[in-house]
Design a protein around this ligand. Structure first.
Ligand SMILES: [Zn+2]
Length: 90
């Protein structure tokens, strides 16, 4: 392999790494945004709303189960549903 070819190969790798880094950065930004939103709600006293707050949090697409609390969910979560069901039976 010539030195120039080797250089180009490294350049490609660097570019791929940079793109990967940008993707990660975007994901981190999104997670931080969600995190800030959740913290804001807790600070606003939504936590005092108890069961209703958890239910609406779930409906807005977040986990409320202890396993993945606060993470965004795409499908129905059996743990969340189970959790809400038992909390509702006070
Ligand atoms: Zn869940």
């Amino acid at each position: 392999m010539t030195l120039l070819n080797e250089f180009r190969e490294w350049q490609d790798k660097l570019l791929a790494l940079q793109q990967e880094g940008e993707k990660l950065y975007t994901q981190i930004e999104e997670l931080e945004r969600q995190n800030a939103e959740l913290r804001q709600r807790l600070a606003n006293g939504d936590a005092g709303g108890g069961f209703d707050a958890l239910t609406s949090l779930y409906e807005e697409g977040f986990h409320v189960c202890p396993e993945s609390f606060g993470q965004s969910r795409e499908d129905e979560c059996i743990f969340c549903l189970n959790f809400l069901l038992h909390k509702g039976k006070k």
